[in-house]
Design a binder for this molecule. Structure first.
Ligand code: CA
Length: 182
């Protein structure tokens, strides 16, 4: 399997935005060639939730002021994950993640998260590591990380972010983009 290209960029564009909204009007210019894929709350499943108001749906509510938080206390061996079910094969070319505002130390570090894809939700194929430089991320509130994929090989119904990081417990927002027409 060819290894997919990886481009991780820490962005500070959101520093310019005074509201908590994430919307097309404040997208980074280089996102213009992509279309954001709508993800409904019921299309998101997560490994654990800490409370009803810290559930997986908070990852796709376009609000950086709300977050998914994994259950605490956390057993040492636990893996956390987010699964997105698009309902049909969907090409994904770009993924963006936003750490929780003011709690960016709760994000994963280095290559401790991976993206996997599946056609049936049972058999998963590794796509890429989601490399993060957490120290760089911690410098700026409302920062995001963007991962670029080679879309030809990322055409699945299901996508999973698998996190194996003892420090990870929260994420504010998640977005996926495609180069194809929606
Ligand atoms: Ca949110």
């Amino acid at each position: 399997m060819a290894i997919l290209g990886i481009l991780a960029v820490t962005s500070t564009w959101v520093l310019l935005n005074l509201s908590n909204e994430v919307g097309p009007e404040i997208e980074m210019p280089n996102l213009n060639q992509y279309t954001k894929i709508d993800i409904a709350p019921e299309q998101i499943k997560v490994s654990t939730e800490n409370s009803d108001i810290e559930n997986g749906a908070k990852l796709v509510d376009s609000n950086l002021g709300t977050w998914w938080h994994t259950k605490v206390p956390k057993p040492y061996t636990r893996e956390e994950w987010v699964i997105i079910d698009f309902g049909k094969s969907t090409r994904v070319d770009l993924i963006r993640v936003w750490p929780r505002i003011s709690f960016r130390n709760q994000f994963w570090d280095n290559g401790n998260a991976e993206l996997h894809g599946s056609h049936d939700g049972k058999w998963w194929q590794f796509i890429m590591k989601l490399e993060v430089n957490k120290q760089e991320l911690i410098k700026y509130d409302r920062s995001s990380v963007t991962f670029s994929l080679k879309g030809d090989e990322a055409n699945f119904r299901y996508y999973k972010i698998l996190i194996r990081d003892r420090s990870f417990s929260s994420m504010a927002e998640l977005a996926m983009y495609t180069k194809e027409e929606p």
